[in-house]
Design a protein around this ligand. Structure first.
Ligand code: ARG
Length: 377
């Protein structure tokens, strides 16, 4: 019996996986959002044939913010109808320039995607180091909430992972210049725009399966970051497994690639199969991998300033092992999930796509029923 097993499951912070009955959640906000700046870890590009045109800077237009906020509010309403307690981030001015001893960046980004910044592992909240300069301080909009939980319940653990320097040396600038052929040649090296020296990861590269956590190596998570998480959690009997999706040449955040829906069922991305051999972890424990259908939009049809792919379609949010929330236009996905025996709830969310996320990205689960179990091997 490990220390965590003996923790009460009625702790105000308690979530072990991506699917158990949801009880409390933070939903992001577009208030104060800015365009993400060009920086060593990110080169934002327009879509729909306008790739060559300069990417805008500064605050996002008000109507874009309003549209996303309306959809986020729709999600809040739906969650509340299902008796989920919902919290929202504090407003922050993301237009501020950052200057540290090691870097500067013209503005910050937004608080639409708490998933990228925070992860709950049992009764512990971990603030991720992050990988991009514009997102260095993105934990701030959530600090009042986190401090509140920490004061409210003495069983809550609160950890901020080490902050990387984000110095130029932390990044591999050539990455952005490699033509696609070159990227294909190198796809099995798993070397992206960040080097391996410093500890860094975004929380959204991880996915929780009870006492096992999988985390993908990506543009936003390096091997040192994975190793930090592994050592941090090992004493409590939680195993961290690195996973890879070699055909994703610009990987960032696992929740459009490999999405567990309930014990035994994972929604997979047909264009990004898991590295050969890594599927064994799941198949040997009886999990079924089911490919998502093609999304309703093509990449070119995604909002012009959205930095995520059409696969935001599969960025679904589980309310329980039997109920899942999907974007309303993804009809083929709704049918697939219904055939798998899930109740599918739908809401409009394409306005949030502009900010690079959908339902899973725009949320951070604080409490779900259930406890840590061995579900992988
Ligand atoms: N890189 C992913 C894709 O385009 C998007 C992931 C978004 N997830 C998130 N948590 N922000 O497929």
């Amino acid at each position: 019996m490990t220390l965590l097993d003996s923790m009460p499951t009625d702790c105000v912070v308690s979530a072990w996986n991506e699917w158990d009955r949801l009880r409390e959640m933070v939903v992001g906000t577009a208030v104060g959002a800015n365009y993400e700046p060009t920086e060593p870890g990110s080169r934002p590009q327009r879509r729909g044939g306008r790739e060559g045109n300069p990417f805008p800077t500064g605050p996002k237009p008000q109507h874009v913010i309003d549209q996303a906020n309306e959809e986020l509010q729709g999600l809040v309403q739906l969650l509340q109808d299902w008796d989920v307690v919902v919290r929202r981030p504090s407003p922050v001015d993301f237009s501020t320039q950052l200057v540290s001893p090691d870097f500067s960046v013209e503005n910050q980004y937004c608080a639409v995607c708490p998933r990228d910044v925070l992860i709950t592992v049992g009764s512990e909240i971990i603030e991720a180091p992050m990988s991009r300069r514009a997102r260095f301080f993105e934990y701030l909009p959530y600090r009042d909430i986190v401090r509140g939980y920490w004061k409210q319940d003495q069983n809550v653990r609160w950890t901020a992972a080490p902050k990387p320097s984000m110095h130029d040396r932390m990044y591999r600038q050539e990455f952005w210049e490699w033509p696609l052929v070159e990227r294909h040649k190198r796809m099995h090296d798993f070397e992206f725009c960040v080097t391996q020296e410093e500890v860094l990861f975004d929380a959204a590269d991880a996915s929780r399966f009870g006492n096992d956590i999988i985390i993908q190596e990506s543009m936003t998570t390096n091997r040192a970051g994975i190793e930090w998480l592994r050592r941090h959690l090992q004493d409590r009997g939680i195993r961290v497994h690195a996973v890879h999706f070699p055909l994703d040449l610009f990987p960032s955040h696992i929740d459009c690639t490999f999405v567990p829906l309930r014990p035994g069922l994972i929604l997979t991305n047909p264009e990004r199969p898991i590295l050969e051999g890594e599927d064994k972890l799941f198949l040997d424990s009886g999990w079924k991998l089911v490919d998502a259908p093609q999304p309703s939009l093509t990449n070119d049809q995604m909002p012009e300033f959205c930095q995520s792919s059409k696969w935001l379609s599969m960025n679904v949010l589980s309310l329980s092992p039997d109920v899942v929330i999907c974007e309303e236009n993804e009809h083929e996905l709704h049918e697939l999930l219904s055939r798998e025996g899930l109740e599918v709830l739908t809401i409009p969310f394409r306005g949030v796509y502009e900010f690079g996320g959908s339902l899973h990205c725009a949320t951070w689960d604080v409490r779900r029923e259930g406890k840590g179990e061995d579900l992988l091997g």
